[in-house]
Design a protein around this ligand. Structure first.
Ligand code: ZN
Length: 250
């Protein structure tokens, strides 16, 4: 069993992902940032859409649901909070649920914090995780709704996945994240990574996807307890690093 992931930029800094189960041709899109862009990519590939997998309710993640459902007849699967965008998902899922796309299985991981009901979709067989706005390359989502404790718990669930897992983040925020990371962490591995990131962005290349191993080694939010040894509680250390990023203008 295997999947093909087709990634494309849309809106100002989102990535769209079309995921095809190779055995059956069943296709899902991860979030619906831009219905026009998703329909155009489907047409270009000759793929038809069977399912939407929403990570959270924000308009740049679920705003295209209604149009895609109307035009393709796809099934919408997501957390209950997606109802806030206007239409409830056809199937509401949360921690531990499984979603089948042909022969591919996604396990749902609750990764609340950016929004309260945020979820990620993990395909263990293919080593792929679609994490929405929870974990970014060198970054993590802002805490619009949740607490540092909730987000830290969510990030630890992702960090517990195998190092080789490919992490598909929903935004290209990496250069900005890298500038912040360098301001709080003098690790040589981080410096090497950020040099490569700035060069890649100069060439117009994407820095997503990333991997769990790379983020564990260099992401300042996952490394928060190491960066703030003065704070005993790991979630509080994370909260301090997150607060520093929120007020960082680099
Ligand atoms: Zn969001």
């Amino acid at each position: 069993m295997s999947i093909t992931v087709h990634q494309f930029p849309c809106l100002s800094d989102n990535y769209g992902f079309l995921v095809r189960d190779d055995a059956t041709g069943k296709t899902a899109c991860i979030d619906t940032p831009d219905a026009d862009a998703i329909l155009a990519e489907l047409a270009k590939l000759g793929w038809s859409l069977d399912m939407v997998l929403n990570t959270h309710w924000h308009p740049d993640h679920a705003g295209g649901n209604a149009r895609l459902k109307a035009e393709t007849g796809c099934t919408v699967v997501g957390p209950a909070e997606v109802e806030r965008i206007g239409t409830a998902p056809d199937r509401v899922v949360d921690e531990g649920d499984s979603v089948a796309l042909g022969e591919t299985t996604f396990v749902v991981i609750n990764t609340g914090g950016h929004t309260l009901g945020h979820i990620a979709f993990y395909d263990a067989a293919d080593g792929a995780a679609f994490v929405g706005d929870t974990l970014f390359a060198l970054g993590c989502g802002r805490l619009f709704e949740g607490t540092p404790q909730q987000m830290w718990t969510s990030l630890q669930k992702l960090a517990a996945l195998p190092d080789a897992v490919t992490v598909y983040c929903a935004h290209e925020y990496t250069a900005s994240n890298a500038r912040f990371a360098l301001s709080v962490d003098a690790d040589p591995g981080l410096k090497a990574r950020t040099d490569a990131i700035f060069a890649a962005r100069e060439r117009g290349e994407w820095t997503v996807p990333t991997t769990i191993g790379l983020e564990k080694a260099t992401n300042p939010f996952l490394r928060a307890p190491l960066l703030r040894p003065d704070i005993a509680d790991p979630a509080e250390a994370f909260g301090a690093v997150r607060a520093a990023k929120d007020s960082f203008h680099g």
